[in-house]
Design a protein around this ligand. Structure first.
Ligand code: PHE
Length: 495
């Protein structure tokens, strides 16, 4: 018998973690980052970022989560009760990600349908921005509601509720065991097909062409570290929460390495697919690859439909497969964004998993309707920048301070090593999580802040402030509300 918040097996844990890590960032962000930061030469900072930051930090987050076997908020409060506030900050920030991720999932749901008949028409750019999103950059756009997007988003929320309100293994565990392997299989089919397209090699040559001169440039190192934070969902309290759901016999070091490897494999594979397709497009249209390449919603909802338009009948197979893959990748990630807050609330307020999930999903769905307005895509951009460039990086820094310094990473070494069959941690790990990582992330954070302040429009500043107030306000409310669970004050550490 497993508890309501326990994985049925180590496999469920690993696959759910891979599902969380492999998301939109792997499909629409990584190929562009690789291309625009030196191509083949980018692998040097990328591998350094994985070894120096990704794996050591994940081990820390897993180690502490596994040790406490409780929610993030409770663990932080147990380490130092004065800091409970920080224990709510990250789960709330991650829940804010969930709310806007649901919009992207909704758009993609619409594209799955459109792709069966190329419903975006001859001009995919006009379709996406004008017809579908009715994008407006004026605040009054908040008043024009777009029912199609609202319906698509609500479908997503219902699917999420259906999976998340069940006991962990029966919902998320089972779904991850089916969807994550499926995601990899479909991706292999898509990339395999893309590689056979005429022009694929042109795209790949362009992608990998190494620009070694960039290695001395600080920006590409920042890009590599930024990509790894985002792609592995570092410092989001997700890895912590998932590890706290594991059974006693997990080998966390081996698990961490498998997860990081699977994530990198997926994103590099995605890059092969994206650039083969861009190479094909370049050959067909006579436009240089450099002028076609882009990232984010532009790549998925504009460039890909443009390619499908020239691909003939194959597009009716490849199109639905592609948008379905994006949906799967997004779904398995969004499912992870509710867990830290939900588990923290269950711990503090003694509520059941089912009730907590239902309330959070209803609240999330209602707030998310702001993204179903014509101003929605602008708000999404602002909130995304605030969360990713400011809030989450702060989270990584806080976690390093609370876990590595106050809780003391040294306490975890023996505990982790005794459970690891092959790789053992040494002093180097302490050095990384206590010094190298927090210092580096602070530098990246200052860069991000500078960027936001420099490049913000007045509207963006307003939404950055509103997001910050909501984040801090909700965090304060969770901290101040009195606990309703007798176990909230009990702390049993296992080290
Ligand atoms: N790691 C995910 C990706 O690469 C993004 C993500 C962010 C997932 C936040 C969960 C939470 O797309």
């Amino acid at each position: 018998m497993t508890d309501k918040n326990e994985w049925g097996s180590n496999m469920s844990f690993i696959l759910a973690m891979i599902g969380s890590a492999v998301g939109l960032g792997n499909i629409w962000r990584y190929p562009y980052v690789l291309y625009s930061n030196g191509g083949g030469a980018f692998y040097i900072p990328y591998i350094v970022a994985i070894l120096l930051m990704g794996i050591p930090f994940l081990i820390l987050e897993y180690g502490v989560g596994y040790n406490f076997k409780s929610s993030f908020a409770k663990a932080v409060k147990t380490i130092n009760s004065k800091w409970e506030y920080l224990g709510w900050l990250l789960p709330v920030a991650v829940f804010m990600i969930m709310i806007y991720y649901s919009a992207i999932l909704g758009w993609d749901g619409i594209y799955i349908f459109l792709s069966f008949f190329k419903g975006w028409g001859a001009d995919p750019n006009a379709y996406f921005t004008t017809t579908l999103l009715q994008s407006s950059d004026s605040l009054s756009g908040l008043l024009s509601f777009i029912p199609l997007i609202a319906v698509a988003m609500l479908v997503g929320w219902v699917i999420i509720w259906f999976i998340s309100h069940r006991d962990l293994e029966k919902g998320l565990g089972k779904v991850s065991k089916i969807l994550v392997p499926l995601l990899f299989i479909i991706m292999i089919i898509i990339v395999g097909f893309s590689l056979t397209l005429p022009g694929a090699s042109v795209g790949l040559a362009e992608l990998f062409h190494p620009d070694w001169s960039l290695l001395g440039n600080f920006d590409i190192w920042m890009a590599a570290f930024g990509q790894i934070v985002f792609s592995l969902s570092l410092g989001m309290s997700i890895a912590f929460t998932y590890a706290s759901y594991t059974k006693d016999d997990s080998d966390l070091i081996t698990n961490t390495i498998s997860i990081a490897l699977a994530n990198s494999l997926f994103e590099n594979f995605a890059a092969l697919g994206v650039f083969s397709i861009l190479g094909y497009m370049s050959l067909q249209s006579g436009t240089a690859v450099a002028d076609l390449v882009t990232q984010g919603t532009g790549l998925v909802f504009i460039v890909y439909p443009t390619v499908f338009n020239v691909l003939g009948n194959w597009a009716y197979v490849l199109g639905p497969l592609f948008f379905f893959t994006v949906y799967l990748a997004g779904l398995t990630s969004i499912l992870s964004t509710i867990e830290p807050l939900s588990f923290s609330i269950q711990n503090k307020f003694g509520m059941t998993r089912k009730r907590t999930m239902t309330i959070l999903i209803v609240v999330g769905a209602i707030i998310s309707m702001i993204y179903a307005t014509s101003y929605g895509s602008s708000v999404l951009g602002y909130v995304d920048t605030f969360i990713n460039q400011i809030a989450i990086l702060l989270g990584v820094i806080f976690e390093c301070i609370i876990f590595a310094w106050i809780f003391k990473a040294e306490k975890l070494i023996d505990f982790l090593n005794s459970r690891s069959k092959s790789i053992k941690l040494g002093k180097w790990w302490i050095l990384i999580v206590k010094y190298i990582l927090p210092i580096f992330v602070t530098i990246v954070w200052i860069g991000g802040m500078y960027d936001v302040i420099q490049n913000s429009t007045p509207d963006q500043l307003i939404f950055t402030v509103i997001s910050a107030v909501l984040l801090l306000g909700a965090t304060l409310a969770f901290t101040l509300l009195p606990s309703k669970s007798p176990n909230w004050e009990n702390s049993e550490e296992r080290v």
